[in-house]
Write a protein that binds this ligand. Structure first.
Ligand SMILES: Nc1ncnc2c1ncn2[C@@H]1O[C@H](COP(=O)(O)OP(=O)(O)OP(=O)(O)O)[C@@H](O)[C@H]1O
Ligand SMILES: [Mg+2]
Length: 267
């Protein structure tokens, strides 16, 4: 089965062919399995066992774990991101064999990191979630740039668009010219909606816009916003980019674009 996963620093997004996207908290707690009081499991309550470790994930980690964290990192070549992805495949994927596309911030979308991510995923994974054991096999894996991929949902055949992907731990800036990624106009700013002690949306929007203006983005550019912070910051970003607009369902835009890419790559 073909599937796309965006294992974000705050929310994991999953979509498969002919499925609606699933979004669940990326929080993971390790070693939390002992519970005297058990609740009826919610759709995103996960107890997991993997590679000799065990713990909670999703809403269960947020509400019941003593040690829940959602690791916010510049790269997604790490155990937490792998576990988020595998839990998504286990719970929402059809079958046990997959060809996947996953996301990585633009600045760390390098050959070294991409190779590390592919190596991390391709192969067999023995994962138990909520008592159900599955051997998940990932046959093929591609790594797609966050933000830039989402631009492909709206980019015209000719002309330039800009994308700002406002996540919890990072902001990705992307430029797409005639449906091709433009490296020079694309980068990552490693702060997001949850990096500030006390988020002030207008001030954060000004900071985001200033970094783009410094790289010669113009007030007239076609700027599309995606990510969980997009809707909240749109009114403030309009002061700097008068054509700024949301891509539909901005939080799942990246993962829906990854699926589009997966269909193209895997046929
Ligand atoms: N309805 C909402 N109103 C305001 N902010 C929201 C809303 N929904 C989500 N957010 C913000 O969106 C953020 C999560 O966005 P998103 O899912 O794009 O992040 P992520 O992809 O997990 O992070 P990253 O891209 O840094 O890995 C949260 O930190 C939260 O601040
Ligand atoms: Mg994101």
């Amino acid at each position: 089965m073909i599937a796309a996963i965006d294992p974000g620093n705050c929310k994991t997004k999953f979509v498969g062919i002919q499925q609606r996207p699933f979004v669940f908290p990326s929080a993971i707690g390790v070693n939390d399995l002992a519970r005297n009081l058990k609740r009826d499991p919610g759709p995103y309550d996960f107890e997991w066992e993997y590679e000799g470790k065990c713990g909670f994930a999703g809403t269960l980690a947020l509400e019941e774990s003593e040690y829940a964290e959602s690791r916010k990192d510049d790269s997604k070549a790490h155990f937490d991101a792998k576990l988020r992805t595998l839990i998504a495949l286990h719970r929402f994927g059809a079958g046990t064999d997959f060809d996947i596309v996953v996301g990585q911030p633009i600045d760390t979308h390098t050959d070294t990191e991409k190779t590390a991510i592919k190596r991390m995923y391709v192969g067999r994974h023995d994962l138990t979630v909520n008592g159900q054991r599955k051997i998940i096999t990932i046959n093929r894996c591609e790594v797609s740039p966050e933000g830039a991929a989402a631009g492909l949902l709206v980019a015209p055949n000719t002309g330039m668009i800009r994308v700002i992907d406002i996540g919890s731990g990072s902001v990705n800036y992307a430029t797409i010219i005639s449906r091709r990624f433009n490296n020079r106009g694309s980068w990552t700013y490693n702060e997001g909606m949850e990096s500030k002690r006390d988020l002030q949306p207008a001030a954060f929007a000004r900071q985001i816009a200033s970094k783009a203006i410094a790289r010669k983005w113009s007030a007239e550019d076609m700027v599309y916003l995606v990510g969980g912070g997009a809707a909240e910051l749109l009114p403030y970003l309009l002061e700097y980019f008068r054509h700024a607009q949301l891509i539909d369902d901005p939080q799942t835009a990246n993962v829906r674009a990854f699926l589009m890419i997966a269909r193209r790559v895997y046929g």
